[in-house]
Design a protein around this ligand. Structure first.
Ligand SMILES: [Zn+2]
Length: 423
């Protein structure tokens, strides 16, 4: 049986860091952590960090329905190239993931992927916002995360009922925070830049109204509510206050909302079109502070592949979304002034815990062999044409970034080695 020895690296986990070799067995578990370990396959991790694999709570894999943009298989390849060993597939596919039969289909496809693929399901049937999906039946199949992502659930009463149902099931309701009546027609952030460009905008308040409502409903129901892709200073402030007041909401922020502003829309290039939109520099700063102080629990990519045929359309016609799995670590490592241990917390064990994987986060014998080996100091330039993802709509093309994923091991299998996906 193949045993992989990761030699000469610094092991960083939830419980601290130390210089050690790691031996991973083909059965999918860490066999040993210590000095001078040998295996049938050996990886030189000199100068590198060995850490529990990244976990993404927000991945659009586009299957079924838009396989020309991404599939579960191609998305999992992009994931392991980005150091992820687990991604949560979003349910806004065509058809939507809103019933037991399609959940089983996606789970089956996920078993053949290069990383773990967890399946989330829609809160409402067809993501139409009118009737609740069979949440109890889907929870029985292992679905822990429900979201109508792509749209927020607009109906206050329906959202309250979803929250009430979710509590005994022990599942999370994740919200795409956008009040659609207020955001309607907006293709970018509403502000000075949208006025200058003559493009219709979405005000920050479209996001903040829904954050405010869901905090209120979480207080009313005791539900576990997760705010997706938080992007405004006001939303960060409300979440901080809610948590200080004992309301158990959690939140994520994307690499692009931590690093890019609405000024980039000035070239009318739709690669910078995303929902929620790129905001102002002060919103970016607030998101960074929120991530650092833990108001925002984790980084999630909102990896949203689109084909060139759709993304090359004029700004107001192109679909929103950016790919992000392959650049997330490097963007965060380059842009954020965070200790490396804190960044790994935000990308690995904290999102894992939110997803119900509390064991993920330490590198010790008996733990899952889901690891990534990163060189935090290596620099590289993003080449959209070289993306592992089937799509190329990265807003970071041409940027020099610091921090490179060298190897990824998932379930004891070396799936990404020296920059190459292994199958
Ligand atoms: Zn969304």
């Amino acid at each position: 049986m193949v045993e992989i020895a990761i030699r000469g690296g610094t092991v960083v986990g939830r419980n601290g860091s130390r210089r050690a070799d790691v031996l991973v067995g083909g059965d999918g578990e860490v066999i040993a952590v210590g000095e001078d370990l040998r295996g049938s396959t050996e990886i030189d991790a000199g100068g590198c960090i060995v850490t529990p694999g990244f976990v993404d709570l927000h991945t659009h894999l586009r299957e079924p329905g838009k396989e020309e943009a991404e599939t579960i298989e191609t998305g999992s390849r992009a994931a392991v190239a980005g150091g992820y060993t687990c991604v949560l597939a979003m349910p806004n596919t065509t058809p939507a993931i809103d019933n037991a039969s399609i959940v089983r289909d996606i789970q089956e496809l996920g078993r053949r992927a290069l990383c773990d693929v967890e399946v989330s399901a829609a809160i409402t049937v067809g993501r139409q916002g009118e009737q609740l999906s069979p949440m109890a039946e889907l929870a029985e199949l292992g679905v822990r995360w429900f979201t109508d992502d792509g749209d927020g659930v607009q109906d206050d009463h329906l959202m309250r009922r979803a929250m009430e149902y979710s509590v005994p099931l022990g599942v999370v309701l994740a919200q795409h925070c956008e009040n659609s009546a207020l955001s309607a027609g907006g293709v970018m952030h509403e502000g000075a830049v949208s006025s200058r460009l003559g493009l219709p905008g979405q005000p920050a308040e479209a996001e903040e109204l829904m954050v405010m409502r869901d905090i209120a409903l979480a207080r009313l129901t005791g539900a576990r509510v997760h705010m997706m892709h938080v992007s405004t200073a006001g939303a960060v402030a409300m979440i901080r206050a809610a948590r200080a007041g004992g309301i158990a909401v959690t939140a994520e922020v994307t690499p692009h909302h931590l690093s890019l502003t609405d000024e980039l829309c000035a070239g009318y290039d739709a690669v910078f079109k995303v929902h929620p939109p790129l905001r102002t520099a002060s919103d970016v700063d607030a998101c960074r502070v929120g991530l650092a102080d833990g108001t925002l629990d984790c980084i999630a990519t909102d990896h949203a592949p689109h084909t060139p045929e759709t993304k090359d359309l004029p700004f107001d016609e192109a679909p929103p979304g950016m790919i992000g799995l392959e650049t997330a670590f490097a963007v965060a490592n380059t842009e954020l002034d965070l200790p490396l241990e804190t960044l790994l917390d935000r990308m690995s064990w904290t999102p894992a815990a939110l997803l119900g994987r509390p064991d993920h986060g330490t590198v010790e014998a008996g733990q899952p062999g889901d690891l990534t080996v990163i060189d935090p100091d290596a620099t590289w330039t993003v080449d959209a044409g070289a993306c592992v993802s089937r799509s190329r709509n990265t807003p970071f093309a041409g940027r020099e970034l610091r921090g490179m994923v060298r190897h990824t091991i998932c379930g004891g299998e070396l799936v990404f080695r020296g920059g190459e996906v292994q199958r």
